[in-house]
Design a protein around this ligand. Structure first.
Ligand code: 5GP
Length: 209
């Protein structure tokens, strides 16, 4: 056994419009051993979304029941809706030795850090604020007011990036995906994740003495 016995938990955040979904999608295609947690939310389903694939779409009542039952690993209110990570999936996958990635906003990321200090926090930055503004405006799907609100939230989120472990800059998709692969690979090889393996090797050494 030459790998950590438990999987590593990665948290992936970044402002709206930075392209984190696209980076993550490409990364997961190239790294099938890492699984993405499916979040629960109370926001309305968007066109093209599928319940159970993009999110578990819940009523406020059901979401609050899950909070009360301790079934959410973390949760936050964002844009007037609840978003949260169902606990059971994450715990089972980590226990089975698989790496898990949560795509969540910053309040949830810091809750995970408090609860699981060994989690690795990764933040996706735009190459510049002007570029983020350009990408949000260029989508052509949002009103001026909605773009202004998203940019204001982005400023607050970017201010939190300094407390993450790693920064990825999404200037070019392939390059950002390479950065994410490098970061997750290196982070999973931290000595602290190899304690059991080191103990086994040490015990073998003792047998030889
Ligand atoms: P959207 O509504 O655009 O899908 O997501 C809005 C924000 O909620 C994004 O920043 C997304 O990363 C975040 N989010 C999605 N799922 C979760 C979750 O389970 N917990 C938290 N805290 N944030 C989430």
């Amino acid at each position: 056994m030459n790998s950590p016995s438990k999987g590593v938990l990665f948290v992936f955040s970044g402002p709206s419009g930075v392209g984190k979904d696209t980076v993550l999608e490409l990364f997961l295609r190239e790294n099938p051993s890492t699984v993405k947690s499916i979040s629960a939310t109370t926001r309305p389903m968007r066109e093209g979304e599928v319940d159970g694939r993009d999110y578990f779409f819940l009523t406020e009542g059901r979401f609050e029941q899950m909070i009360a039952a301790g079934q959410m690993l973390e949760y936050a209110r964002y844009g007037g809706s609840y978003y949260g990570t169902p606990r059971a999936f994450v715990e089972e996958e980590l226990k089975a030795g698989r790496n898990v990635i949560l795509k969540i906003e910053v309040q949830g990321a810091f809750q995970v850090r408090r609860l699981m200090p060994e989690a690795v926090l990764i933040f996706v930055m735009p190459p510049s604020f002007a570029e983020l503004r350009r990408r949000l405006t260029g989508r052509g799907t949002d009103s001026q007011e909605s773009i202004r609100r998203r940019l204001k939230t982005a400023v607050e989120e970017i201010a939190c990036a300094k407390d993450y472990d790693y920064i990825i800059v999404n200037d070019d998709l392939e390059d950002a995906c390479r950065q994410l692969s490098a970061v997750t690979e290196a982070a999973a090889h931290q000595a602290k994740f190899y304690e059991n393996f080191m103990k086994e090797v040490h015990e073998e050494c003792l047998d030889l003495q």
